[in-house]
Design a binder for this molecule. Structure first.
Ligand code: GLA
Length: 741
């Protein structure tokens, strides 16, 4: 899959569907030639290099008026040598100079893929799944070696990239900016697509036209954030969900990131992704190395959905890992929205009994179980049960739940403390805080300095002691504030630029230790809902709480946007009470179920408050989910109608063999005298006859009809989806089961 043209100094990564081409310039720099639909592996491509004489340009070779880094497509541009665009790399020597010039040294090809030390990354299980090209470059002046790793997979249309820096010199080198990837694309006729929002409305799809200059999204908060997700796509303006060209770039990282596009005056587009250089500086001491996080680059000619399919398959199979990767996830009941901090062991046991009767498999005790935690002002950091609420401790409660036949899960917020806690009283110096400055709080809590191994260790010991003694099958790992006044008492002044990154490495370290010690533990990540819902976390927690907004209608946009990159198997989605806690909306329980099915499914309400009919519905929902959860976790996903554009949201999940599919259609507001509607489906077998079953419809059709003419949605008399009781209603969902006959 990697062809090296020695005479042309050209490297071609290809898998029959995509190609990625880079070359060594005459001056020894790394140039970019092509990324896109597969090209012939035997082709010679050096003629693609664009050289032209431009006014007001600086040239790096005396006498040459055609070759300037500013006007050549670069693979990993460095600051300071005739390229005036934003670089991927900016270093600084102790002499204050920030110039860097990397020269080609060598390359090697490796079967499979190496892990990234301390960082989450995609992986291979068999060596023949992927090939990796390593290109070794050097800045001879600084004695800095830079190794670029490119992996191409046989089965996924992606290229992954990361960079390793090694300081062979005798003086430190500061990395001021060290992005994970950069590409100069030969034209800029794209729109950029980003996933942006805020708490409770995460990952809305936003599309921008590109103009000369900079377009970027980033996080400076210490976590990937509710505001922007570490992902950018470039799409043609004509690209739709199912057709047209699109490039997707996703960063496997949970800390501060930058995703930036620069369009220059000759319509070259430079896109880069990596750790946010703002607030970052890494002191690369002599004889040490530094690895950037991994970036994943997808090319698809099958529209946004084609891009998502590649991300979903890769992230499900070769980013998520361990015991839970391929296992069916338990249906859970979470206590938070039902009781918040206010409960006793008896209340919990009553919940669990009812849950068990309904078919729920896992009972999750959320916040409030430890220390003096009766509100959000106290107790964080003391991971010992509150005897007033749990007289038999966590072990006792877990034991009773196991006896009831239901598994037990527990909430933690390992990275935080309240000042009113024993942990803080004994370690007041363990916080992230800047000497001489006041310290801001968020939700009355402070951030532990996870850049320090001894802090991570102290929290690990507490968690280990509980997890070793009590029968805990699952933990919800929460994180409820951003970092401010970032500074670590453990590092000297010239390493303070490392703290945000070291912090997230500490978070990864704690995850890794827990996974190694408790390999069957299911970890669900959460950060005030979706504040750290990123590819980095998937490596440790195969599912994450998508948003604190549990309203089914709000979730349409959140889950739809999230699905651009992340598979449904990763999205925690629960049926909550009515009126909804966040928006006060009343939605039918069927709609709440239908929207939550396409995720790691559960409930977040007091089942004892439901009437008999609702409990019956809950039971049926759980049976339905259990029958379909394998499909939901492994099927191919298609977005069909966008809640960002219409009064409808619709999506489809199809078994990879095309024989079985679920289609979820939600009409947001009721319509009067609406049109007849049909919905073209995807991923079915053209010549296969299917039976179509919904609560109100039953008919047969061939795959070609369902994909060309479409699934018939409406009640023929009214032209609308009906609710079965003779009238229309708002917030109405329906599920169609499409089964090969
Ligand atoms: C955060 C989480 C919620 C819940 C509360 C508990 O807001 O996102 O799901 O766990 O904390 O305090």
């Amino acid at each position: 899959m990697i062809t090296v043209n020695q005479t042309e100094h050209l490297f071609h990564l290809h898998n029959g569907r995509i190609s990625y081409l880079l070359y060594i310039m005459e001056s020894g720099q790394l140039g970019h030639l092509y990324f896109g639909k597969a090209l012939n592996p035997n082709g010679s491509y050096r003629h693609m290099i664009e050289k032209s004489h431009r006014p007001m340009t600086t040239y790096f070779t005396e006498g040459d008026l055609y070759t300037s880094y500013e006007h050549l497509c670069q693979e990993y541009p460095c600051y300071g040598t005739s390229d005036y665009r934003y670089p991927a790399l900016e270093i600084q020597g102790i002499d204050g100079s920030r110039i860097c010039k990397l020269e080609y040294q060598n390359y090697c090809i490796i079967k499979g893929k190496k892990p990234l030390p301390g960082l989450p990354a995609t992986y291979t299980e068999e060596k023949n799944e992927a090939d990796t090209l390593e290109i070794i470059m050097k800045d001879p002046y600084r004695n800095l070696e830079v190794t670029f790793s490119y992996t191409i997979f046989y089965d996924f249309d992606v290229i992954t990239r990361s960079v390793r820096f090694f300081n062979y010199g005798n003086e430190p080198i500061f990395l001021n900016r060290a992005m994970s990837m950069s590409i100069d694309m030969p034209d800029s006729h794209y729109q950029s697509l980003q996933l942006s929002g805020s708490w409770s409305r995460e990952r809305y799809i936003k599309i921008r036209d590109l103009e000369p200059g900079i377009t970027s999204i980033s996080s400076t908060r210490g976590h990937s954030s509710h505001q922007h997700n570490p992902f950018l796509a470039l799409k043609r303006s004509s690209t739709t969900e199912q057709h047209g060209e699109v490039y997707g770039f996703s960063l496997i990282y949970s800390g501060n990131f930058l995703a930036q596009i620069e369009v220059d005056n000759y319509q070259i587009l430079r896109i880069m992704l990596g750790i946010n250089p703002f607030g970052f500086q890494w002191k690369l001491k002599p004889k040490t190395d530094f690895f950037t996080p991994e970036a994943v680059m997808v090319y698809s000619e099958n529209g946004l959905n084609g891009m998502s399919t590649q991300f979903h398959r890769l992230y499900r199979k070769r980013l998520a890992r361990g015991y839970w990767r391929d296992r069916e996830r338990p249906v859970l009941l979470n206590s938070w929205e039902a009781v918040q901090f206010d409960y006793t062991e008896d209340t919990l046991l009553q919940f669990a009994k009812k849950a068990k009767d309904c078919g729920i498999e896992l009972f999750v005790l959320d916040d409030g179980w430890f220390s003096t935690r009766n509100d959000d002002k106290k107790g964080l950091g003391d991971w010992i049960a509150n005897p007033a609420k749990l007289p038999n401790g966590i072990e006792g409660l877990a034991e009773k739940l196991e006896e009831l036949g239901i598994k037990f899960g527990l909430w933690f917020e390992p990275e935080m403390v309240n000042k009113d806690s024993d942990f803080f009283r004994s370690h007041p110096d363990f916080l992230i805080q800047t000497p001489g400055r006041s310290l801001s709080h968020g939700r009355n809590q402070y951030v532990l300095d996870f850049s320090r191994p001894e802090v991570v260790d102290a929290i690990y010991k507490q968690m280990d002691s509980l997890l070793s003694k009590a029968k805990i099958s699952y933990i919800k790992w929460d994180m409820n504030r951003s970092i401010s006044e970032c500074y670590s008492a453990a590092y000297p002044p010239d390493q303070q630029g490392e703290i945000f990154h070291r912090y997230i490495l500490g978070v990864y370290k704690l995850h890794e230790r827990l996974i190694q010690a408790f390999p069957k533990l299911l970890i669900e990540s959460c950060a005030s809902g979706g504040g750290r819902f990123d590819a980095g976390m998937i490596y440790y927690s195969p599912q994450g709480w998508v948003s604190d907004n549990s309203d089914a209608i709000e979730r349409l946009k959140i889950q739809y946007g999230t699905s651009l990159v992340y598979p449904f198997s990763c999205m925690g989605a629960h049926v909550s009470a009515c009126p909804n806690e966040q928006v006060g909306r009343r939605t039918p329980i069927e709609t709440r179920g239908a929207v939550a099915y396409t995720g790691a499914f559960g409930y977040e309400l007091d089942l004892n408050q439901l009437n008999e009919q609702e409990i019956e519905t809950v039971k049926q929902q759980i049976v339905f989910y259990k029958n379909n959860r394998n499909l939901i976790a492994t099927g191919d996903f298609y977005r069909l109608l966008s809640p960002f554009e219409e009064n409808f949201a619709a999506w489809e999940i199809v078994q990879p063999n095309g024989k079985y599919a679920l289609v979820t259609v939600t009409r947001i507001l009721s319509e009067s005298n609406g049109p007849y509607r049909r919905l073209p489906l995807c991923g079915l077998l053209k010549e296969q006859e299917y039976s179509i079953q919904s609560k109100y419809l039953s008919y047969c059709a061939y795959g070609d009809e369902l994909m060309q003419y479409g699934l018939i949605l409406e009640d023929k008399s009214s032209g609308q989806i009906i609710d079965g009781s003779g009238g229309c209603q708002d917030f109405f969902s329906i599920i169609y089961i499409i089964r090969a006959k």
